[in-house]
Design a protein. Structure first.
Length: 681
């Protein structure tokens, strides 16, 4: 029995059926903790092993670089190939970059295009808003970027956008969008949203190129299919050939990213688009205890828009899910920290404990409590490594070395370190470049030749341009990380940090050292720059035994021995703003988020709510979340957490909704029994 046969034999019946059904359209509905990654990886290995396709004739799409890397490592352990062929395995964006590098000319771009980050986009939009004489406060980069992103997710370029009603603001934003797209083309650059959109345009407008890839990709596999948006789904459909060998894996009950443009209907209508579709349900959970699964399954069964499945486990019943009521948010943080100190810490590492919140601001009270007790914690969020100022400066140097049309990178380089070149000089250069249709670098060179700068600025800019040209020559001779060392020293950037000795600059120097170490993991400069552009927030290393604090959205795909889910109150969870904006659709997504939160737990789960919570400095009475009403009593243990000691609160109160005093709140049972309570949807 070979390796792949061993892998298949270890699967359960449903997993095995999903792996062996290689032909035609397949939808694998994979419940939380049901081994979907194992199934997807085994299916890929099986296709190659049975010689149904060469490795590079398989397209496998994931949602994070981390997931792609893990899957590739697993696959490469099991496939033997005389060639060095590997599957096309990566995120929608990283695979789109490969397509665009090969066929940029067909779209009127050069193959060494730059990928713009968020800061580059903001800077470009600010310049356009200024040039169009629009009100900068009314037309913020964030507002404009939001609309541009929405349009790109729907596959709309400026000329495709049609407004149903006359809207002056949107008309102006469309104009900015049009100028923005023209400018990015002049810069030979794509933003993140362009990567997938322009691949779709490429395949729609160039049948020969589309046929090339349709013929090449014998099989297409898609992970986390429930998270796809309109343009990603279109991208996939354009690559499917007549054999329709597309297999999508996901869980409609974990579709929680509509705010990013994800459309659950892609998942729910897949078997209608592909008529001969086979549907496989993976319902055996290998992660959680029975009580945790029963709680989650009972809750999610209240959603109507779902394929439908019921998770089960051969594991033990396990501990009951704890439902705790606290007086207020502060006591909730204290109570949870006490449980961790007195009970959880004795059984599990802090690394295996997570506190999952609906809104990131909820972490503050936990952070303060943990600091007070000296408990280690990490908040997943804050400034990402590649968004730190010193890292962006260093990367800008590398970007302008990589290709001279990257005006935004050169603009950042000119002022890092400061060289005495102000905004007026930059405006002068941009005006000259616009009139001559030149990039920023060529404009500077031409203006130096014409003697159009003051002596001091002339010297500085000439020196910088000469250094950039020198570094481009060096880039052909030395490793990309050695190139960065040279750039940091010769540009004066390292000296700038070393000369001003304080903690902040010491940290910046350490960050640059880490950047140099990170670069060694990439084959060349272009690969590294692509990694920087495509890096995602969840792809990071965690060190040390610390409690994990994060939002439920950020926790998707992760698992922990113990999970605390605080703040289950109406208005906070489900979130009032979401309900007001999207009604029942939002309520179902909020319920899916609750399902995701509970199913992160392997051994113990704690739900909690507070009777009162501080909001904008005022104390407000709180109602338990309607989701608490939807979980089965038999799998839950209810605790008043000391509230009844002061006779302020009891779970088993009468059916009245009246508050007897400023501390009194409807208890869980009273909330559950009351038939008069009408929820706003």
């Amino acid at each position: 029995m070979n390796n792949i046969d061993n892998l298949i034999e270890k699967l359960n019946k449903e997993q095995k059926d999903a792996v062996l059904s290689t032909e035609g359209p397949n939808l694998i509905v994979a419940g939380a903790g049901s081994g979907k990654t194992r199934v997807l990886t085994t299916r890929l290995i099986h296709i190659i092993n049975k010689k149904k396709a060469w490795a590079n004739q398989i397209l496998c799409v994931t949602f994070t670089n981390k997931a792609a890397k893990e899957m590739q490592n697993r696959v490469m352990q099991h496939i033997k190939s005389s060639s060095n062929a590997i599957p096309w395995l990566g995120t929608f964006h990283s695979i789109s970059v490969k397509f665009l590098r090969r066929h940029a000319e067909a779209l009127g771009y050069k193959s060494n295009f730059t990928i713009l980050d968020t800061d580059d986009q903001k800077k470009l939009i600010r310049n356009i808003v200024k040039g169009e004489d629009l009100d900068a406060k009314k037309y913020s980069p964030q507002l404009i970027m939001y609309h541009i992103d929405q349009w790109k997710n729907k596959g709309l370029l400026p000329s495709d956008v049609k407004l149903k009603k006359a809207n002056t603001i949107l008309k102006s934003i469309i104009k900015v969008y049009e100028i923005y797209q023209n400018k990015t083309k002049d810069l030979n650059a794509f933003d993140f949203g362009d990567l997938i959109l322009f691949c779709v345009k490429l395949f729609e407008n160039h049948t020969d190129i589309r046929k090339l890839y349709q013929n090449n990709f014998k099989y297409i596999l898609v992970d986390e299919f429930q998270d796809t948006n309109f343009i990603q789904n279109k991208w996939l459909n354009l690559l499917v050939n007549d054999n329709e060998n597309i297999c999508c894996v996901g869980d409609d009950d974990q579709s929680i990213y509509s705010w990013r443009g994800a459309e659950i209907k892609n998942f729910l209508t897949f078997d209608q688009i592909y008529k001969n579709c086979k549907v496989f349900k993976l319902e055996q959970n290998y992660r959680s205890t029975k009580n945790i699964l029963e709680t989650a399954s009972h809750l999610i069964s209240n959603n109507s828009n779902r394929v439908g499945k019921k998770l089960w486990s051969s594991a033990s019943k396990g501990e009951l899910v704890k439902l705790n009521c606290y007086r207020n948010g502060k006591e909730e943080a204290q109570g949870i920290s006490d449980i961790i100190e007195k009970s959880v810490k004795k059984k599990f590492s802090l690394n295996d404990v997570a506190i999952l919140v609906r809104a990131i601001y909820q972490t503050r009270e936990f952070e303060e409590r943990f600091l007070q007790l000296g408990i280690g914690y990490r908040v997943l969020g804050g400034i990402k490594f590649y968004e730190r100022a010193e890292i962006k400066d260093a990367v800008s140097y590398l970007r302008i070395i990589n290709q001279k049309f990257d005006d935004l990178a050169l603009e950042r380089v000119i002022s890092s370190p400061k060289r005495g070149v102000g905004e007026s000089t930059l405006n002068q250069i941009y005006i000259f470049g616009k009139s001559k249709k030149l990039c920023l670098e060529d404009s500077i060179i031409k203006m130096l030749e014409n003697g159009e700068f003051k002596p001091k600025i002339k010297t500085v800019l000439k020196q910088l341009i000469n250094m950039i040209h020198k570094w481009r020559i060096e880039a052909l001779k030395i490793k990309h990380y050695d190139l960065l060392k040279l750039v940091l020293d010769e540009s004066g950037y390292s000296s700038m940090l070393k000369n001003k000795k304080d903690l902040e600059n010491e940290n910046r120097l350490e960050n640059l050292k880490e950047l140099l170490r990170a670069m060694q993991d990439y084959e060349n400069l272009q690969n590294f720059l692509e990694h920087v552009a495509l890096a995602t927030s969840i792809d990071q290393e965690w060190e040390g035994a610390k409690i994990n604090l994060m939002t439920m959205h950020a926790a998707k795909g992760l698992e922990f021995e113990v999970v605390f889910l605080p703040g289950w109150e109406e208005g906070l969870f489900p979130h009032q703003k979401s309900l007001e904006e999207k009604g029942d659709f939002a309520l179902e997504e909020e319920r899916r988020l609750a399902y995701v939160g509970i199913t992160r737990a392997k051994k113990e789960a704690y739900l909690s709510f507070a009777m009162k919570r501080a909001f904008h400095g005022d104390w407000m009475d709180a109602l338990p979340s309607r989701f608490i009403n939807e979980i089965p009593e038999e799998s839950v243990e209810k605790n008043d957490m000391g509230v009844t000691d002061t006779e302020d609160f009891e779970f088993n109160q009468d059916n009245s909704l009246e508050f007897d005093d400023e501390y009194r709140s409807p208890g869980w049972d009273r909330f559950k029994k009351n038939k008069l309570l009408k929820w706003k949807k």
